[in-house]
Design a protein around this ligand. Sequence first.
Ligand code: NOJ
Ligand code: NOJ
Length: 500
Amino acid sequence: MKLTDLFFLMFSIIALIQDAKAINRNIPSLVANKNALIEAQYQKSIQLLFHNLSPYDGLKGAIVASPSNGNPNYYFNWVRDAALTTESLIAVYNATTSRNTYLRSSIKSFLLDFINFNVQIQKDSLLHAGLGEPRFLVDGRTDTLPWGRPQNDGPALRSAVNIEILFLASKENWPEFEPLLKKLYDPNTNNVSLVKSDLEYVAHYWMNPTIDLWEEFYGYHFYTLMTQRKSLYYGAALANVLKDTESSNFYLNELKKAENRLQSFWNPNINYILASFYANQSPFVESSAKKKSRVVNKSQLDIAVLLGVLHAEVNQLSFSISDPRVFSSYLTLKRMFSQIYSINNESSLNTAFGRYPEDTYDGYSPNSRGNPWILTTAAAAEYNYRLALDYLNNQKILINFANVNYFSSVVKFQLIEGQTISVSQPEFKLIINSLINEGDLYMLRILYHANPDGSLSEQYNRENGYMQGAPHLTWSYAAYITAKIKRDQVIARVSNRKNL
Ligand code: NOJ
Ligand code: NOJ
């Protein structure tokens, strides 16, 4: 028996013990047992996520978006889903304290396989549509079916996560570090190397239109641009350390332009960040080109914006977790979703979040009605935990146009814009606890709709709450996992403080 098999076996045994109490659709008892239940779903999600890594009929390092190979067929390695999944595995690795667990070594060996698989698909994509190619077969071949191309968030997310692996390898002195660095970053741009080639692609093409993360529309997207900014930021830092100074300056320069363009997505008249501009509405293209493209009527109110912040915020730059424009967009999204899905009438749980109000994809057919999703509900939870963490790190809360009314109702008196709440005030504690509780009520929403065995699909029905769409969606597990890790962090911070 291999070590990894033993690890799976141990996990299944734990899961068997937990299954009996994992699902509990009785809301008061969900609330009463929330710590244990949120933890059990975390363990279960890690175990189920592992089933989608390195599938038996593919190459090691591939990740299927879902094991479902028909209705819908998600049996592909999407570059975006795979990068986000790998990010969540790094988070698990870092959150698992003891250095010698099977979990940590399984993750580490997967990270190395992930890199090898991506070296392979990156090379293959260059023989086809190029680095914006969104998905691949598990045997490493490029998918050549008609599909939305390019999806330029792919190379951006992938370069960022690979740089994170490099940083980890260097921090922990992995023996693999030197060969890894050689493989990932060749400063000679005539050669193909995984990170460097992705970075060059991002730096040269970030200003071009692309298909969005939902694979539906060609245009300019906040989400994609956020991921590109993060890639350029990490890339500039890496190039600088490696004394590839000219590239480092080039990436920084492009980053400044991308940062600048991001600002156009904020619409102060409606108080939310717009998800996309289509060519016909875009401030970035000439008016002659605008006339040729079709007009699309969409509110542009889309969880993609919050995902962009969660996946790609860069500390010190705009659209960070505590940017008031992000809070305002979050509240607008929450209000909208609570009105459109009837399951949200169950008000003791938090709002079920979907993608955007005009969504017509029900997980099987594109011409139906959209539903709430697991990964977007988990995103709402994670946002609340991370906002609380930010306030704890800063030791203060700034009251601004976006949060003034919301936090006033939490502390039960009228706060004023421009006011600062310091860590020593009782209101500070009230707000932190309320953010954590909000996050928990999103997590309980997920537990409430999860399958009895703890498995998670892509969506849950807007009227009856049952799971639907791709079963065992890898990204659902990844999103639950990253939210849970932030919850642990914020709770640890709060319980370490005497005054909180
Ligand atoms: C599958 C895509 O991945 C999904 O995001 C989209 O909504 C549907 N196709 C319909 O276009
Ligand atoms: C549909 C989602 O819209 C897209 O973002 C995702 O990459 C694919 N499904 C695969 O999970």
